[in-house]
Design a protein around this ligand. Structure first.
Ligand code: HXC
Length: 259
């Protein structure tokens, strides 16, 4: 936390899908402590409101937070969330595309609707968020971070829907970076490894598995590890970084189990 100047994001505005909980909540919390205001976006209106109040409290009143409920699969709902953000704060500097859905299922039993559901949340949801925010981000010469994964770097079983969606997210971010770079807009991906105390991790990790043994740095990630990376990428220190994928995984994606 003390790594960054205390008013680093003073006067800035973050629009964060998936900000109600987990990794995106913690990124928002850190950015608000550094002076940012935020709109958090998700489907659970009541939960969002509670999270917005908790975020204002934990940032010591430095940043304001509004709850804007929307299903990222519906472009008109995302558009309304953006309008509410502009009405409240007048601009958007930073966007985090973090809304995601996941469950374990082999291809052989995964239904077309189940596959489509995750593609619609993770990939189309990212597309809708970009489309709805881009004019504002151009105006502020702002920046995007997309929360992806590392599971599509190898063949990981039982997550074909998520792997396909996240590969698409990486590609979309890269295209955005190249198209919008000349207008001063940056776009990067953060690919988290296994992060403890998240809903995703508890749903996806088989009981009794020794995840740490597969991580060169010897521990599970913390949500704060991702928040630090996001803060760096959004800050002026990241001003010449675009189109990149920052893997934050303790080295997990580089290890190969002995044959
Ligand atoms: C098999 C499933 C399923 C499951 C849903 N479906 N859950 N199939 N196993 N566990 C199927 C349904 O049967 C249905 O297909 C289709 O998916 C749509 O399901 P619904 O429940 O109707 O959809 P919806 O209410 O929109 O909810 C979808 C969902 C939810 C958001 C994906 O199921 C969910 O699990 N939410 C949890 C969100 C979550 O985990 N967030 C953290 C993400 S972490 P049929 O054919 O029956 O109609 C993350 C990290 C990625 O993403 C990287 C990890 C390494």
């Amino acid at each position: 936390m003390d790594t960054f100047q205390k008013d680093l994001f003073k006067g800035k505005v973050l629009f964060c899908t998936g900000g109600r909980s987990g990794i995106c909540y913690t990124i928002t919390e850190q950015m608000m402590r550094l002076g940012c205001s935020a709109a958090i976006v998700g489907r659970d209106a009541k939960g969002l409101e509670e999270s917005a109040r908790a975020l204002e409290k934990s940032s010591g009143g430095k940043g304001r937070c509004i709850a804007t409920s929307a299903d990222v699969r519906d472009p008109s709902q995302v558009g309304r969330a953006v309008e509410a953000t502009i009405k409240e704060f007048g601009k958007i500097d930073f966007v985090i595309c973090g809304a995601a859905g996941n469950f374990l299922a082999p291809i052989s039993t995964l239904s077309a609707n189940a596959f489509r559901t995750v593609i619609e949340i993770d990939l189309l949801g990212t597309y809708h968020t970009i489309k709805s925010t881009l004019a504002h981000v151009r105006k502020s010469q702002g920046s995007y971070i997309h929360i992806s994964a590392t599971l599509h770097y190898r063949g990981v079983p039982f997550q074909p829907h998520v792997a396909a969606a996240k590969a698409g997210v990486d590609a979309l971010s890269q295209a955005l970076a190249v198209e919008e770079g000349p207008r001063g807009v940056r776009s990067n991906v953060i690919a988290p490894g296994p992060i403890g105390d998240t809903e995703g991790m508890s749903r996806l990790t088989p009981k009794g598995s020794n995840v740490e043994a597969q991580i060169p740095l010897g521990r599970m990630g913390k949500k704060e590890d991702i928040a630090q990376a996001a803060t760096f990428l959004f800050s002026p220190a990241g001003s010449w970084i675009t189109g990149s994928v920052m893997v934050v995984d303790g080295g997990e994606s580089h290890i190969r189990a002995p044959m």
